[in-house]
Design a protein around this ligand. Structure first.
Ligand code: SF4
Length: 338
């Protein structure tokens, strides 16, 4: 029997965030124009746009600095001709996720936890994304396939945590999320429900009172891991969205990716940790970029990562220093580097 999480009636009318999701900036020239940058100076590559289209929510673009080609938010989302550079060791599926995909929509890489690709798309396309080549078409289950994924979890008492990921799980409607969360909460051995999401950062309007109540009402303890790479991403609207989540007793953590020219310097990382803390979010992981094809220009070495973590340790209390990690295919957990 399904235990209701909360009773919220989904309207047939699209919510404001859904309207904003259907009005993303997808043309680099439009984004550059908004920022007052000369689009004729932009060496765009139509192939890159075809392979991994640009997607930028307008509220995220509003936090970029006008006139600045090196803006750290712009660099994360603007397609670059550098993505065509082939580098040995950078591959389409660096984490070999295809081998850990026993049921559509479910990845079982680590003992004790599984990941559901709750929605096969995101609100933003981060150019360094490790899933930029992921087979989302083969991982967009219909209801009966979702039942198979739920049955897989129910049949394995060793699975105590379910992670909703994507794409971005919060790109799903409240109705779909509620359906999934209800099923997960029916499985007694699942004690923790984690969501990995960038939506509260790039489109904070997604966090409505209904969503916050839905997540906060989960029997399995809810943990929300946002993805923010730079303090400039955290404006007042984001603060308000995160506040609604903490008001509903949801634990908030952040994972960032260490990206060349975006946040690979000590002042940027210290400022990020301090700003997250003001918003009741603890820095959790700092990832080295995954070795995915098309991201050579974002790569930062492990040695640089360690040096930056040492610098953070000298300036911050331990709870504001994230763990430097790297994912390695076949490993039983993320590899801690510092
Ligand atoms: S939000 Fe996450 S999954 Fe989506 S494009 Fe960005 S890094 Fe990739």
């Amino acid at each position: 029997m399904t235990s209701p999480v909360v009773s919220i009636i989904d309207s047939d009318q699209p919510e404001k965030w859904q309207q904003m999701l259907s009005d993303l900036i997808t043309d680099p020239k439009e984004l550059l124009q908004i920022l007052g940058l000369n689009a004729t100076d932009y060496p765009g590559d139509p192939d890159m746009l075809r392979q991994f289209p640009m997607k930028v929510p307008r509220p995220f673009a509003a936090r970029m600095e006008a006139g600045n080609w090196r803006d750290p938010l712009l660099l994360q989302v603007l397609p670059s001709s550098l993505e065509a550079v082939q580098v040995e060791g950078l591959v389409a599926d660096p984490l070999q996720e295809a081998a850990a995909n026993p049921v559509p929509g479910l990845l079982h890489k680590y003992a004790g936890r599984v990941l559901l690709t709750a929605v096969p798309h995101c609100a933003v396309h981060c150019r360094y994304c490790f899933r930029r080549h992921f087979d989302y078409a083969g991982n967009a289950p219909n209801r009966s396939e979702w039942v198979k994924a739920i049955d897989y979890i129910a049949a394995d008492p060793g699975i105590t945590e379910v992670i909703l990921s994507g794409g971005d799980p919060l790109a799903a409607s409240d109705r779909h999320l509620r359906w999934l969360i209800d099923r997960i909460n029916d499985i007694e051995h699942v004690s923790s429900l984690r969501l990995h999401t960038r939506l509260p950062i790039v489109l904070p309007q997604r966090v409505t009172p209904g969503l916050a109540a839905l997540l906060g009402g989960s029997r399995a303890k809810p943990v929300l891991v946002v993805h923010c790479n730079h303090a400039q991403e955290l404006d007042l609207q984001v603060a308000s969205a995160l506040g609604q989540l903490t008001d509903n007793r949801i634990i908030l953590l952040n994972q960032a990716v260490l990206l060349r020219d975006v946040n690979d310097n000590l002042p940027a990382l210290v400022a990020l940790s301090k700003r997250l803390f003001q918003l009741h979010v603890l820095p959790y992981y700092l990832h080295l970029p995954d070795r995915v094809a098309g991201t050579a220009h974002f790569q930062v070495s492990a040695a640089t990562g360690r040096e930056l973590i040492s610098g953070m340790q000298a300036q911050l209390p331990g709870y504001l220093v994230p763990t430097l990690v790297q994912e390695q295919p076949g490993a039983s957990a993320k590899t801690r580097l510092a």
